[in-house]
Design a protein around this ligand. Sequence first.
Ligand SMILES: [Zn+2]
Length: 110
Amino acid sequence: MALAEGVLGIIEEAQRRQGFAQVCAVRLEIGALAGVEVPALLFCLEIVLTHSVARQARIECLPVPGSGWCMDCAQTVSIATLYANCPRCGSAQVQATGGLQMRVQDLIVE
Ligand SMILES: [Zn+2]
């Protein structure tokens, strides 16, 4: 629910700055390692946005793949979970670097 309220906060702030009448679509980037359950997030957003300028908005979720820095390979590798081993060398010395966040990428307004 906190995530959905954060999205609402971003929409309200954008609305104050730009003064649009309504939001048609909200594009969310959802990192594979962010621990976001998309169905739960969509459910919360539906409730939170009911009385906002985004009540009609279509929610688009754009997945962002997880990536990490393998210290043994000294390069960026793709990982599916936060504490995954390196897919190249099997090392556990992988620091997650990408796909860690959920963020509002774009608002389509009118
Ligand atoms: Zn490696």
